[in-house]
Write a protein that binds this ligand. Structure first.
Ligand code: ACO
Length: 322
């Protein structure tokens, strides 16, 4: 049987760093509150003119190099984002042109913070069915563009960035299982309330911001991520102790710790980047993966649990033999 293996990772962050103290200069907050409630110390924020596809291109080039392939070998591009450069063409198509690739399918996936887990799930199906041999899967966001920088409850939480992987058909074990879910009934808890349906006026007026009932989102996220861990282990007849690394969506250190506790994992086995990156939505899981691969923590053949939860609500997990 053919598997889909991750053969290269890449991550790209805008150079501009915004610390908690920087934010405290323009909204009523402080470093201590942000660190204690979220674990975030700083985040990277794009400068004017820098876009989702710019970040996606940076991450993709590094993933392509790490996999030791040529861009022309890529036969599928899936880009997860909620902050596309344009309404259309898709950011995946813009990225495809930047990379000089012609003809292969390229499309965006919109599942907010679960976007990369969704994209990896879809790419794995393409590879397992034989439709694709080498896929580029990217999560990239400029959430700074959809934040109300006067709302202290949301603006401190997010950052910009991109992460990418190359997924290749292989006889060697790779992705073992994928699990994705959604429940649209929770829109009121987490959303950007305006868009095309409103004639786009509020978007043009700069009023299309993330709205979140953080406390309620927090509770649903912790419970849901606990359930997805159980679902993933049961589907693979595995035990908690089989997992070498948890690579979680980086929304809040307290949500991450709760999931690690559920898995009876020490925080030494959890990849944490929320302190340095903030919540980069669809980019957070591939960015965290890339950090731990490049610093040598994650090694070949180790078992990784990737998981995410986000707007929609959407949630999911991917179990990977790296
Ligand atoms: N600085 C100082 N005080 C603040 C700040 C801030 N930045 N933000 C809120 N507060 C205040 C509130 O006004 C409130 O004050 P009050 O008690 O006088 O009314 C107090 O702090 C407590 O507010 P809570 O919202 O109850 O704080 P909580 O402990 O729940 O932490 C947080 C808030 C960090 C947002 C948390 O709820 C959280 O992380 N939620 C989940 C976020 C998440 O996982 N999102 C999912 C993915 S995002 C996506 O998909 C796009």
């Amino acid at each position: 049987m053919s598997y889909a293996r991750i053969t290269g990772t890449g991550g790209y962050l805008p150079e501009n760093v915004m610390t908690n103290d920087d934010i405290a200069k323009f909204v009523d907050t402080n470093d201590q509150w942000i660190r204690e409630r979220t674990g975030i110390e700083q985040r990277h924020i794009v400068v004017d003119g820098q876009t989702t596809v710019d970040l996606a291109e940076g991450a993709s080039r590094l993933a392509i190099e790490a996999a030791g392939i040529d861009s022309s070998d890529i036969d599928l591009i899936i880009l997860a984002t909620s902050t596309p450069d344009k309404i259309f063409p898709s950011s995946a198509c813009i990225l495809q042109a930047r990379l000089g690739i012609h003809g292969c399918p390229a499309f965006d996936i919109q599942a907010v913070c679960s976007g990369f887990v969704y994209a990896l799930t879809v790419a794995e199906k393409f590879i397992k069915s034989g439709s694709s041999k080498k896929a580029l899967v990217v999560g990239a966001e400029v959430f700074s563009k959809i934040l109300n920088w006067e709302d202290r409850a949301t603006c401190v939480l997010f950052g910009d960035g991109a992460g990418a992987v190359i997924l290749e058909a292989s006889e060697e074990t790779g992705i073992l299982s994928t699990h994705i879910h959604a429940d649209g009934q929770y829109e009121d808890l987490l959303r950007v309330p305006y868009g095309i349906a409103d004639g786009y006026d509020q978007v043009k007026a700069g009023l299309a911001f993330v709205e979140m009932r953080g406390n309620e989102v927090f509770k649903v996220a912790v419970n849901t991520l606990g359930r997805i861990v159980d679902e993933t282990l049961a589907a693979n007849n595995m035990m908690k102790s089989d997992i070498d690394w948890l690579v979680p969506h980086q929304a809040n250190i307290r949500i991450i710790s709760a999931t690690a506790k559920k898995l009876k994992m020490s925080m030494d086995q959890v990849v944490v980047t929320v302190n340095k990156h903030g919540n980069t939505s669809a980019a957070s899981v591939p960015l965290a993966l890339d950090v731990a691969v490049r610093d040598g923590r994650i090694k070949k053949n180790e078992l990784l649990l990737l998981e995410a939860f986000g707007g929609g609500f959407t949630w999911g997990s991917v179990l990977v033999r790296f």
